[in-house]
Write a new protein. Structure first.
Length: 96
């Protein structure tokens, strides 16, 4: 019974919990596991793993908004500039 308990706890802690937590905040499960280890090393103690997922999710949002978002905005502006604009008079002559 003890062996079954240990196996189930390890499976839950290593696979199911990161998947559930990752899906709830929009992070990949492996990102959750790695962030727990990294923040545990950086902050240390019990506080690092507790704050790992919120800090990682915050960094992801900031990167998406200010770094990757700027690139996406620039690409969108470039694609809009490449679209040919049809003047109304040209459109009417094309219809006639």
């Amino acid at each position: 019974v003890t062996l079954i308990f240990i196996v189930v706890q390890n499976l839950e802690g290593l696979f199911y919990a990161p998947r559930i937590v990752g899906n709830s905040v929009g992070l990949h499960p492996m990102t959750v596991i790695v962030s727990i280890f990294v923040w545990g090393l950086l902050i240390g103690g019990l506080l690092g793993p507790i704050l790992a997922v919120p800090l990682t999710a915050t960094i992801k949002v900031l990167l998406a908004r200010y770094v990757w978002g700027e690139r996406l905005r620039e690409e969108a502006i470039e694609s809009i500039e490449e679209v040919p604009v049809v003047v109304e008079a040209e459109a009417q002559t094309a219809r006639a």
